[in-house]
Design a protein around this ligand. Structure first.
Ligand code: NAD
Ligand code: DAU
Length: 349
C-alpha cells in the first residue's frame, strides 16, 4: 500500500503521517507539501528516518508536476489535507485560498483519475474538509451530513467548493472518493495563529489575548490525535461516495475556553491565579464571524465505531504541557515572517 498524504508537514497532516507510519509499518507513506509558513518538517523529526517514509516538496497548484508524480509513484490512495487553513488570512488574501484549496484539489483529482483510469477497485481518494462549509448555527441544533452548505468566509467557501469538486469527480468519473468534515482541532504542532496556540504563546510572553467581539462565539473542539484516528478508520472502512462528520461533542464559547486555558497556564507557570486572565483584551470582531459550530458525528460513531479518546480538560492539559516543553519549536515558528503577520493582524497589541 502506497499512500500519498498532502499537507503532511502541517498541523493535522503531521499527526496523520505519524499515525499511519507507526500503525502501518508495511505501508509506504509519501508526504507531499510545499512548506508554506504553516508547513514545517520539524513537526516530523521523530518519524522522518523511518524507511517507509518519503518527503516530496511540491505545490498542488502545479497540475503538470502532479501528473508526473502520480505517473512515477503509482499511489494506491490519497489523503488530501494540503490547504490554506486560516480564516483570518483568507479575509486578508482570498485568492491564495482559491488557488490551493480549489485549483489544487482539482489538480489532484485530475492526477488521481489519470493514474487510476478505470482500475479503481482498490483505490481511495480521501478529502479532508471542515465543518465550516455548513455555515453558522444559532443556539440550537447541530450540523449533520445532510445540512445544506452555507459557507461565509473565503476559507470556508474555498473548502465548500473543493468538496463539490470531489463529489463531482466521484459522480461523473467514478473516482472512489470519500469526504470528512471535522470541527476545530487542537493539540501539538499547531501554528500559533489559531486561537489555542496563539493564546498559549501570548500568555507565556505576557502579551495581550485578543478576543474577537464579545468572545461568545462557540466552537466544538477535538484533539488532533483523535482526528487522525478518525481519518484512519474512514480511510480503511468508510463507504465510497459517503461523507462523515467528525467532532468532539465538546462545545465551548471562546471566552469560557480562554478562562479555562488561563487557569491551566497560571497553574503550570506558577503564577498567581487570575494573572493570565488579566491579559484578555476585547478587539474588533472578525468580519463575517460564524456564531456557532456543533458537529453531529453519530453516523461515524454508529457505522464505524469511532469515539474521541480524551476529555477536553485532559487534551488541553496535554497540549499546554507540549507547548511548554517545546518552546524551541514555538520560537522557531514565531521568528521572521510571523512578526510581520502579527503586526498586520493585531497591530501594536
Ligand atoms: P495547516 O495550515 O497547519 O497545514 C496545511 C499544510 O498544507 C502545510 O503543511 C502547508 O505547507 C501545506 N500546503 C499549503 N498549500 C500547499 C500547496 N499549494 N501545495 C502543497 N502543500 C501546501 O492546516 P491544518 O490545520 O493542519 O489543516 C489541514 C486540513 O484539515 C485542511 O484541509 C483544513 O481545511 C482541514 N481542517 C482543519 C481543521 C482545523 O481545526 N485545523 C479542522 C477541520 C478541517
Ligand atoms: O471548524 C474547523 C475550522 O477551525 C478549520 O476548518 C480551520 O482550518 C481552523 O482554522 C478553525 O477555524 P476557526 O476560525 O474556528 O479557528 P480559529 O482558531 O482561528 O478561531 C477560533 C475562534 O476564536 C473563532 O471564533 C475566532 C476566535 N479568535 C481567534 C483568534 C485567532 C479570537 O477571538 N481571537 C484570535 O486572535
Amino acid at each position: 500500500m502506497h499512500i500519498l498524504i498532502t499537507g503532511g508537514a502541517g498541523f493535522i497532516g503531521s499527526h496523520v503521517v505519524r499515525h499511519f507510519l507507526n500503525r502501518y509499518p508495511s505501508y509506504t507513506i509519501t508526504n507531499l507539501d510545499n512548506l508554506t509558513y504553516a508547513g514545517n518538517l520539524a513537526n516530523l523529526t521523530d518519524v522522518e528516518c523511518l524507511p517507509n517514509y518519503r518527503f516530496v516538496k511540491g505545490d498542488i497548484t502545479d497540475g503538470d508536476f502532479l501528473m508526473r508524480l502520480f505517473e512515477e509513484q503509482r499511489f494506491d490512495g490519497v489523503i488530501h489535507l494540503a490547504a490554506e487553513s486560516h480564516v483570518d488570512r483568507s479575509i486578508a488574501n482570498p485568492t491564495a485560498f482559491v488557488l490551493t484549496n480549489v485549483l489544487g484539489t482539482v489538480n489532484l483529482l485530475n492526477a488521481a483519475r489519470a493514474s487510476w483510469q478505470s482500475n479503481v477497485a482498490d483505490k481511495r481518494f480521501y478529502h479532508i474538509s471542515t465543518d465550516e462549509v455548513y455555515g453558522s448555527l444559532g443556539n440550537e441544533g447541530m450540523f449533520s451530513e445532510k445540512t445544506p452548505y452555507d459557507p461565509h468566509s473565503p476559507y470556508s467557501a474555498s473548502k465548500a467548493s473543493s468538496d463539490h469538486f470531489v463529489r463531482a469527480w466521484h459522480d461523473t468519473f467514478g473516482l472512489p472518493a470519500v469526504i470528512s468534515n471535522c470541527s476545530n482541532n487542537y493539540g501539538s504542532f499547531q501554528f500559533p495563529e489559531k486561537l489555542i496556540p496563539l493564546f498559549i504563546n501570548n500568555i507565556i510572553q505576557n502579551k495581550p489575548l485578543p478576543v474577537y467581539g464579545k468572545g461568545d462565539n462557540i466552537r466544538d473542539w477535538l484533539w488532533v490525535v483523535d482526528h487522525a484516528q478518525a481519518i484512519d478508520v474512514i480511510y480503511h472502512r468508510g463507504q465510497t461516495g459517503e461523507t462523515y462528520n467528525i467532532g468532539g461533542n465538546n462545545e465551548w464559547s471562546n471566552i469560557d475556553l480562554i478562562r479555562l486555558l488561563c487557569r491551566i497556564m497560571d497553574a503550570k507557570l506558577g503564577r498567581v491565579a487570575g494573572t493570565s486572565e488579566k491579559l484578555v483584551t476585547y478587539v474588533a470582531d472578525r468580519a463575517g464571524h460564524d456564531l456557532r459550530y456543533a458537529i453531529d458525528s453519530s453516523k461515524l460513531q454508529r457505522e464505524l465505531g469511532w469515539v474521541p479518546s480524551v476529555t477536553f480538560e485532559k487534551g488541553l492539559m496535554l497540549t499546554v504541557d507540549w507547548y511548554l516543553s517545546n518552546t524551541g519549536w514555538l520560537s522557531n515558528v514565531t521568528s521572521g515572517s510571523y512578526q510581520h503577520y502579527y503586526q498586520e493582524m493585531y497591530g501594536g497589541r
